[in-house]
Design a protein around this ligand. Structure first.
Ligand code: MLT
Length: 334
């Protein structure tokens, strides 16, 4: 059962909707958690890839839990506005956060005045599936291939306007990584999510962007956007005829977005155990996993998605992004 309602609850809240699971019969042996709806903070705009995957996961997990999950979009500053708010929430398991490569790994090296510590202020709960990215231009763009775009960027540094979901977002990190690898320069145009950036890309206000395949696919199929290249290791059947960047222009270049559910540090163990169990159960639901795979999302095996592996992964990703940001010469924001 799914209810969807939009409502503005604060200036920074872009949207709010309730995802309701089925209520099981009362059982005295059930854990006391969750007794009421859970708020899931999504730190990007409605309609973007984070929002889309978070709603799909939340909907299935809410069914497994027998409790509603309310998605709260709290966008801004590459996701760090939502992360700061979630880090300060009461650690009772009723406020959870969708963290990703940007907010949990790269942010400490991109923002000098970051108001949260991804490791000290959060408890990892489980890792979502990973989503590859795709280099997009509008249908009818002057760029017919990735080679065209890279060539113009080499000849005219900064001429190409490139949409991102803000400094430190995954779309920004992948684009910086692309620019550093190809030794080119873009002019970045930040939005509160790639949803609004995509609207401007279709409208011709910006030249290009990198986005996750899950929300790009319908735009490409609907011929509003053209997929120049994938950032995955191999081509994807969902994008017939689209090459990868690694196969020709940029050997070795790969980029994808990872996500995880985190809670403010100090949550009771029952919260971590219950949510992790619900997600592992969700992964056994073929309808759920097939719906993710259809849009190119890589569903990860159960042994890598738990709280422990997510903690280790977050720590390793921080080391990786510290290196990438330093090597790319990206100046941290004040
Ligand atoms: C990003 O980090 O680029 C996000 O995935 C954007 C979004 O969800 O809108």
């Amino acid at each position: 059962m799914k209810h969807f309602k939009q409502m503005v609850v604060a200036p920074l809240v872009v949207g709010l909707s309730t995802i309701t699971g089925m209520w099981p019969a009362a059982n005295a042996k059930e854990p006391a958690y969750p007794e009421r709806p859970i708020t899931l903070v999504v730190p990007f705009a409605v309609g973007g890839p984070t929002d889309a995957i978070a709603r799909t996961v939340a909907q299935r997990v809410s069914v497994e839990l027998g409790q509603s999950i309310v998605v709260e979009n709290l966008a801004g500053a590459g996701g760090t506005v939502g992360a700061t708010r979630a880090a300060r929430a009461k650690p009772d398991g009723y406020t959870l956060f969708v963290g990703h490569v940007g907010t949990m790994a790269a942010a400490p090296y991109l923002f000098k005045s970051l108001k949260y510590d991804p490791i000290k202020d959060f408890t990892p709960i489980f890792r979502f599936p990973d989503t590859p990215m795709v280099l997009l231009v509008k249908e009818g763009s002057r760029f017919k291939s990735a080679a065209d775009l890279l060539e113009e960027a080499r000849k005219a540094p900064g001429k190409i306007t490139f949409g991102t979901a803000g400094v430190g977002s995954s779309s920004h990190l992948a684009a910086e990584h692309l620019a550093a690898t190809a030794k080119i320069r873009f002019t970045f145009v930040p939005y509160k999510g790639t949803g609004p950036a995509m609207t401007d890309l279709v409208g011709g206000q910006i030249d290009a962007m990198l986005d996750q395949t899950n929300v790009a696919l319908p735009q490409v199929q609907g011929k509003r956007l053209h997929a120049l290249a994938l950032t995955s290791q191999s081509r994807m059947p969902q994008f017939p005829g689209t090459p990868t960047l690694t196969e020709r222009e940029l050997p070795g270049f790969l980029a994808s977005t990872w996500y995880g559910i985190y809670a403010p540090v100090g949550v009771p163990k029952v919260v971590v155990d219950t949510l992790q169990k619900a997600y592992l159960k969700a992964l056994t639901n073929a309808q759920f996993t097939d719906s993710l795979k259809k849009s190119g999302i890589e569903v990860l095996p159960p042994e890598v998605v738990g709280a422990g592996p997510l903690r280790d992964f977050t720590v390793n990703e921080q080391k990786k992004w510290q290196r990438v940001i330093r090597d790319a010469g990206i100046e941290p924001q004040p």
